[in-house]
Design a protein around this ligand. Structure first.
Ligand code: CAA
Length: 258
């Protein structure tokens, strides 16, 4: 039997997903991405899960796409398989929140995978970078697009063109990561944040994620209207009645996720 490249564990309404290819520093092979996509889709469809945490090992969240696999590929090989499309691209369609809990290296596709998650909590030993230029290529899984949106053009150009790594402190300063915590606290902090998210009404959480993501996609007028209409739509949920009644009655809400 082959060892799974993605391990999962459920704690309450939170699914913890751990990349498990330690010998290659969690290099993202197509096989690993297929397993990851399958797990994310499974939890996305599971009514008992409200949020997910994606993590790697202490040494590496993921050191990028699998260079050993890619090295012999021709243009036709990558074009015909639509490399980085397919299951790779499908990861952005997960509707429930995913927190990336990043320890160690998050390089190339690893940094791109972390950025594809909804936010990043980094351990103080984390290192982020887009070193593809050192291999004669460029980022291909969102690095040239999501990085400037997260950190601005100057810092993104610096990282993409020099291929240098930045540490967790710099990553927090420039807005790539939401929080930095001591490495030994990483999973606890990420799981606590995910449990908090999962305790809220799921429809409101999914709409909140969709609205924040829309900020990158339309004009301000369009996306403000999109936000307002989603806000209106939540008044059709039982959980809006429950959440507001609980506040007025000074008790904890009992959300039913509908
Ligand atoms: N692909 C395949 N294997 C990798 C890998 C990768 N991206 N990164 C590391 N590994 C493997 C190494 O080959 C090595 O395997 P062996 O033990 O069999 O030799 C093992 O993982 C451990 O790596 P190192 O010995 O290199 O560990 P280190 O501590 O000396 O260095 C590192 C760590 C700085 C992260 C270094 O491994 C490194 O630079 N890795 C490559 C980073 C990179 O270039 N990433 C971008 C890939 S391209 C991409 O991602 C394109 C895209 O946009 C999708």
């Amino acid at each position: 039997m082959t060892t799974p490249m993605v391990k999962t564990e459920i704690q309450g309404r939170v699914a913890l997903i751990t990349l498990n290819r330690p010998k290659a520093l969690n290099a993202l092979s197509n096989e690993l991405i297929d397993e990851l996509a399958e797990m994310l889709r499974k939890f996305d469809a599971d009514d008992d899960i409200g949020a997910m945490v994606l993590t790697g090992s202490e040494k590496a969240f993921a050191a990028g796409a699998d260079i050993a696999a890619m090295q012999g590929w021709s243009y036709m090989d990558v074009y015909k398989q639509d490399y980085l499309g397919g299951n790779w691209e499908s990861l952005k369609r997960i509707r429930k929140p995913i927190i990336a809990a990043v320890s160690g290296y998050a390089l190339g596709g690893g940094c791109e995978l972390a950025m594809l998650c909804d936010f990043i909590i980094a351990a103080d030993n984390a290192k982020f970078g887009q070193p593809e230029v050192k291999l004669g290529v460029i980022p291909g899984f969102g690095g040239t697009q999501r990085l400037p949106r997260a950190v601005g053009k100057a810092k993104a150009m610096d990282l993409v063109l020099t291929g240098r790594m930045m540490d967790a402190e710099e990553a927090e300063r420039c807005g790539l990561v939401a929080r930095v915590v001591p490495v030994e606290r990483l999973l606890e902090e990420a799981m606590e944040a995910a449990a908090t998210i999962a305790s809220y009404s799921l429809p409101s959480i999914i709409m909140a994620k969709e609205c924040v993501n829309a900020a990158d996609e339309g004009t301000l007028n369009e996306t403000l209207m999109y936000e307002r209409r989603n806000f209106h739509a939540l008044f059709a949920t039982e959980d809006q009645k429950e959440g507001m009644a609980a506040f007025v009655e000074k008790r904890k809400p009992d959300f039913k996720h509908r």
